[in-house]
Unconditional design. Structure first.
Length: 317
């Protein structure tokens, strides 16, 4: 079942558009009440037996955003847990669309169903127990609007239990180099142009779950540019019961397979001399004297003592 929070109170006579329709799409029940205008953002969150307090904290962090032009689609992949529906619909916010899979489909298929339901220009990913900072959407929309060449915008994040700040690289070149050895685009903070996903026919792939978020970045590498905003926009909750901890061995296996595909397709990024990220010269093995940092295959910055920029050198091919 998928409907706006106030759908039960509406009839065909007072529907905002000419048509209110009910349809069944395979294993997903969908009740659609017409939407007057396409929202700027579709916020996509799959939930599965989510802790009630974590669910409320996540929902409220979205509803309290400083940027309000969004639809919030929440898909329940634990259809026997009706208490989650009661929590979601208790907010009474018309931007919320609550959906339920008839049967448990798994995380990748649920994420793909959310993408198919999304009508926004941008899709914002948010996992079911994480929390957005109030200005997240405002800052990501501003960046994507101002940088049409960028299709994926994420950010730093704060790990809630340890209070540790994760700071991945921010610029496209460094992100793509780092993706060759690890996922450095925080998924729960990602905002993606829907057109990039649709035009390039990129979706989540169940065979790489629970590392499907890493694989979708590898698939997007040849089609668009990446950026991580240099401040935390999401608080990430990690604990022994979540997917990353419970399926650690499977995660490591899928991670290895993804890296093999990345190296097979884009080995140049890691192996070519022009893609070496930094070169350092040190005195006594630890005092930095000189550092080269390549910002593109044909351009590098030279730093004195490892941090003072002294020259920018470009090479013709």
């Amino acid at each position: 079942m998928c409907h706006n929070v106030n759908a039960d109170m509406r009839t065909a006579e007072n529907c905002p558009l000419d048509v209110c329709e009910f349809a069944i799409d395979n294993n997903l029940l969908f009740f659609g009440v017409g939407i007057i205008a396409m929202p700027k953002i579709s916020v996509l969150t799959p939930i599965y037996n989510t802790d009630a307090s974590h669910l409320r904290e996540m929902i409220e962090s979205v509803l309290n955003q400083t940027y309000g032009d969004f639809e919030f689609i929440i898909l329940n992949d634990s259809p026997d847990n009706s208490s989650l529906k009661d929590i979601v619909l208790s907010y009474g916010d018309e931007r919320i669309r609550y959906c339920t899979n008839e049967v448990n489909l798994g995380i990748s298929e649920s994420r793909n169903r959310l993408l198919d339901l999304a009508s926004g220009e941008y899709v914002a990913v948010l996992d079911h127990d994480d929390v957005c900072y109030p200005s997240r959407f405002e800052k990501q929309v501003a960046y994507l609007d101002g940088h049409p060449e960028v299709g994926v915008c994420s950010s730093w994040f704060l790990e809630m239990l340890s209070n540790g700040l994760y700071k991945p690289p921010s610029e496209n070149i460094d992100i793509k180099r780092t993706l060759m050895r690890e996922n450095c685009v925080p998924h729960t903070a990602m905002m993606i142009r829907k057109s990039v996903l649709d035009d390039c026919r990129v979706r989540y792939e169940a065979q790489y779950s629970p590392a499907e978020d890493y694989m979708i970045c590898i698939r997007l590498m040849p089609y668009t540019m990446f950026h991580n905003i240099e401040e935390p926009l999401v608080k990430y909750r990690s604990f022994d019961g979540n997917t990353s901890s419970r399926q650690r061995q499977k995660m490591l296996d899928r991670d290895l397979m993804i890296k093999a595909i990345a190296y097979s397709n884009y080995g140049y990024i890691s192996n070519n001399e022009a893609c070496v990220r930094t070169r350092k010269i040190t005195l006594f093995g630890f005092i930095p004297l000189w550092k080269d940092r390549w910002v593109s295959p044909t351009c590098k910055w030279v730093y004195l003592f490892g941090f003072i920029p002294v020259a920018k050198i470009s090479h013709r091919r």
